[in-house]
Ligand binder design. Sequence first.
Ligand code: ATR
Length: 264
Amino acid sequence: MKKYLVIGNPIEHSLSPLLHNYWIKKNNINAIYDKQKLNNEDLESVVTKIKNKKIDGVNITVPFKEKIISFCDKLSPEAEGTQSVNTISLENDKIVGYNTDIKGFKAAFENLKFNVKGKKIFILGAGGVVPSIVFSLNEMRVSEIIISNRTKDKAEKLNNFFKNISIIDWGELPNFDLIINATSVGLNDKDELDLDFSKIKNNKFFYDVIYNPRETKFLKNARKLGNETENGKKMFINQAAEAFKIWHGIQPEINEEVSKLLDQ
Ligand code: ATR
């Protein structure tokens, strides 16, 4: 039986096992997908298990998407361009790092009515997922990307990868067509960003990378102010589908049943 794993810290709330095990069963694959909470010093032993074929593939989540790179023998162009790896597999005895968040984000937006081409984008946060979002937005030919992070230094470091982004102070609200919450604020139902959107004109698009809870306070407030909103569920499903394809060579079906599976 093949063995797959998602690693991160924290990891309790990850729905990756639910989704992958559903597709594994649907496609009659003899495999199991589990989750494991790790610390930095455990990364090497996981990679060794992949090399020794005790584990067949790993998804990587916060906070290891960058740290795992030093253990990879080869990176996909997307992983190289973002210095972020969320999927690894063993190919010809080499540890290959992929970034499927990029395709996940792109696929999510291709399914939406909102066309990002030529639009002005404002991103909140500068954590692990932001390089992937910026990479996707650039591929989708947006006109401008502005980033604001509580810790400004971290946002400024993104300028090393992406020359076309501008950084503003936390608390400033520029004009935008689409705003993306890529901070972790909202994962906990009670938490709310200390930003006031009431003066922003309505008819904007508010996107939250968070999908659990289904509607963060960020999205709820935006909806009440008359804006379009969308959570990160489609991005999550599509990044998982891309990882599934890398490991099993099968494009898993994404339908209403899959979507409902994650509503809990
Ligand atoms: P990491 O920071 O390890 O990459 P992450 O979950 O990918 O983890 O990123 C968390 C993001 O949420 C960061 O942009 C973080 O901002 P800081 O860089 O200032 O820590 C942001 N964040 C977390 N709590 C926040 C809060 N209360 N207000 C604003 N931003 C917050």
